[in-house]
Design a protein around this ligand. Structure first.
Ligand code: ADP
Ligand code: MG
Ligand code: MG
Ligand code: MG
Ligand code: MG
Ligand code: MG
Length: 693
């Protein structure tokens, strides 16, 4: 999560006074990077994934599953072992490297917002080779194993996006802390839920303070047959009088039919799967940023994994809007609830939102695709243009820079250091858009990068590897075929909303470009020119662009991923396959990649359930579920048990090609027929996982 500098953080009233200084220095640092790196060429096509985990305490004998708050201790243990490993010491847990011949460096573990979270990345970015794509899944499994090896026996790293019982009344963390602390002022979660590093509680407190009330994270309740109508969130306490913010719920913050949440942890406590790509130069980076943007909502819907909040089934399937609301620092003026007086702009979106700009120099980028109401700081734009930046990119950064820096360390304001990027990153890394354009950092040899941020984390590493590898192949196809996915950016916003609907993959349609092939001749013409290939039915391209509205139509996820029934849209998986046909991939690698593409394809067609659907089915089939939208202790424990068991089985097998989440049917069978006997649930001997240090 960005920088973790140490120092004295300013409380909001003080930070606010220094915001202009941070922006001004940030822009100077950005121009410094720009001037140094704009001509950078021939950077390698590297990429890297980020996997986030929840840490839960679970044991067969314990009735309840809790969130473990031992992130700091776990990270410390991991760091100590990694130091030892680097120094050539013998650390059994770290020795079992990937199954492929080529050994990759050890994974890296990072802190995250939640004190019950971990993040892990590969030790170094992945390269361009196709065989290397096969190292991703073993590396992800290794990360999980190493993480587990540094936890207590009853702690597990799991890759659910959200903990089903976060914020329920009573105990849901280990250890227990009372709610209603000074930082979050939440009536549902304790301050101790956030990473204790001063950056995180300050971020939460200053967002609340800037906003002038607590964040308001309301998710519609999923209405089941026995769910009361209207439904009133029974966990809301209207009689709390610890903080002024306790008035929020008395003033209507918790409307009927919504699960009400009131703290950053409900959003930033969610796990996702992010992929960062390095481009060969800035132009290619800008192209990737634009072409991947319209895929954000599609991949969000396809990876849907978030059907439960605070012990209730939600009426939505993904985490996105909850995170957006959980860090929404906009004031009433900025939200348009009061006339502008102290603030400069009405701001239509939270700082966590789908992106609002396209940035490429691509001649196919039409003005009509841009957001006509984009808010940006004209003075900052002028400064950037005076510094030599072109209009489009200057607009992008001037848009990001409408935000205030939220966490400012006193020590950093003494002197501007142009060899650093800290002030720029302060604003940049708290603009959590679904794409991020990452300029090269100051001092090392890294190129222009683009981050794809919308995907939800999946239960197994097979799935996480599949989605990562798929996105890598999509980017290769984009570059190789010069694909064109442009639709108006407002349609991407609309798609983002649609991605939230329950089973959006099956039931929703998304605005998508009808013809992804370039107007200008390119290799795509040959790759798709032959009748046996998907896409052959694509109508010949018009010489001059027609109405923008004719360029796109509403398609299902199945159309977009697998190709439309009438053959007019080729489908992303067939495009990737054509790309693979056009390059040299050995048979074995191709076969392995096919298992990943098959997962993506079957998820899109509905042959395999999304993770969200799987969780919903699990809950629905559970004997303790009363069809009233309540996800209680017993269901939560069994769900986590299923997830832990799946993880253990996956660790000990080679992969689960084609089955999606393994063992689902078995687990569901168990719960459909009432309480299972333990023998039905496949178990790995715990010892297999506990040979660490
Ligand atoms: P952030 O949290 O700011 O998005 P991280 O440092 O956690 O960034 O990780 C981003 C990902 O980018 C990691 O998977 C990492 O391996 C990868 N990465 C690092 N350097 C490069 C690079 N030069 N090109 C592409 N990916 C990179
Ligand atoms: Mg992260
Ligand atoms: Mg990260
Ligand atoms: Mg980071
Ligand atoms: Mg995160
Ligand atoms: Mg990231």
């Amino acid at each position: 999560m960005g920088l973790l500098a140490l120092g004295t953080p300013l409380e909001w009233p003080e930070a606010k006074k220094r915001a202009d200084q941070v922006r001004e220095w940030g822009i100077k640092q950005l121009l410094e990077i720009w001037n140094k790196a704009k001509g950078k060429e021939r950077d390698a096509l590297l990429w890297g994934d980020e996997v986030e985990y929840l840490v839960v305490t679970y044991s067969k004998s314990n009735e309840r599953v809790l969130l473990s708050l031992r992130q700091a201790e776990i990270l410390k243990a991991l760091a100590a072992d990694q130091e030892l490993a680097k120094a050539g010491g013998c650390v059994p847990a770290l020795q079992d490297t990937t199954s492929s011949e080529k050994s990759h460096s050890l994974p890296v573990f990072h802190p995250e917002f939640g004190r019950f979270m971990l993040e892990a990345t590969p030790g170094k970015p992945w390269g361009i080779g196709f065989r290397e794509l096969l190292d991703v899944e073993p590396d992800m499994k290794l990360r999980r194993k190493i993480a587990k090896d540094h936890m207590r026996d009853d702690e597990y790293p799991i890759t659910l996006t959200t903990f089903p019982q976060i914020g329920i009344p009573g105990q849901f963390t280990e250890p227990f802390y009372p709610v209603s602390g000074p930082r979050l002022r939440s009536q549902f979660v304790p301050d101790e839920i956030a990473n204790p590093h001063i950056r995180f509680p300050t971020l939460a407190a200053n967002i609340r303070s800037r906003r002038g009330r607590k964040v308001q994270v309301n998710v519609p309740i999923f209405r089941d047959v026995k769910t009361p109508n209207p439904w009133k969130d029974p966990t809301v306490n209207y009689d709390l009088h610890d903080w002024p913010e306790d008035d929020d719920v008395r003033n209507g913050a918790a409307p009927d039919n919504f699960i009400h949440m009131d703290a950053m942890a409900f959003g930033m406590g969610s796990c996702c799967l992010q992929i960062t790509f390095q481009a060969k130069n800035i132009d290619e980076g800008r192209q990737l940023y634009d072409q991947l943007s319209p895929l954000g909502p599609i991949m969000l819907a396809l990876t849907a994994a978030t059907p439960v909040y605070k012990g209730f089934l939600a009426g939505t399937d993904v985490r996105w809007n909850q995170i957006s609301r959980a860090v929404d620092c906009r004031t009433r003026e900025e939200l348009g609830e009061e006339p502008l007086k102290n603030n400069r702009w009405r701001i239509p979106k939270s700082r966590y939102a789908s992106n609002s700009t396209y940035i490429s120099n691509d001649s196919r980028l039409r003005q009509e695709y841009m957001d006509p109401n984009l808010v940006y700081d004209p003075e900052i734009k002028t400064k950037l243009m005076d510094g030599g930046m072109d209009d489009r990119l200057a607009t992008h950064f001037a848009h990001l820079f409408i935000r205030d820096p939220i966490v400012i360390f006193e020590e950093d304001l003494q002197e501007l250091d142009l060899t650093k990027t800290d002030h720029f990153e302060n604003i940049q890394s708290t603009n959590w858009q679904h794409m991020r354009f990452k300029p090269p950092p100051a001092e090392n040899n890294i190129g222009w990068r683009v981050e794809f941020r919308s995907m939800e984390i999946q239960v197994t590493d097979f799935e996480n590897a599949a989605f990562s590898v798929f996105m890598v192949l999509v980017t290769r196809a984009i570059l190789s075929f010069d694909l064109n996915f442009y639709v108006p950016i407002k349609k991407v916003d609309e798609n983002m909303e649609r991605a939230h609907q329950v089973d959006a993959t099956l039931n929703e349609k998304f605005f998508f470009r009808k013809n992804p092939f370039p107007l200008r001749p390119s290799r795509a013409n040959t790759a798709f020119g032959d009748d046996s290939r998907p896409g052959s039915a694509i109508p010949s391209r018009a010489a001059s662009p027609g109405a923008v509205e004719d360029e796109y139509e509403e398609m299902t996820i199945n159309d977009i991923i697998n190709g439309s029934q009438d053959g007019t849209f080729p489908g992303l998986v067939p495009i990737v396959e054509s790309y693979l046909d056009s390059v040299n991939v050995d048979v074995e690698t191709r076969c392995e990649l096919a298992t990943y593409l098959s997962l993506i394809s079957k998820r899109a067609s509905g042959e395999l359930d999304t993770t969200a659907r799987w969780i919903r089915n699990f809950i629905n089939a559970h004997p303790a579920y009363a069809q009233d939208s309540v996800v209680g202790d017993e269901i939560t424990k069994d769900l986590i048990e299923a997830v832990v068991t799946i993880g253990e089985r996956e660790a000990s097998s080679k992969g689960f090609a084609d089955t999606g989440i393994p063992g689902v049917e078995k687990f569901l069978g168990k719960f459909r027929s009432g309480r299972a006997d333990a023998a039905e649930v496949p178990q790995q001997p715990a010892a297999a996982l506990e040979n660490g240090v």
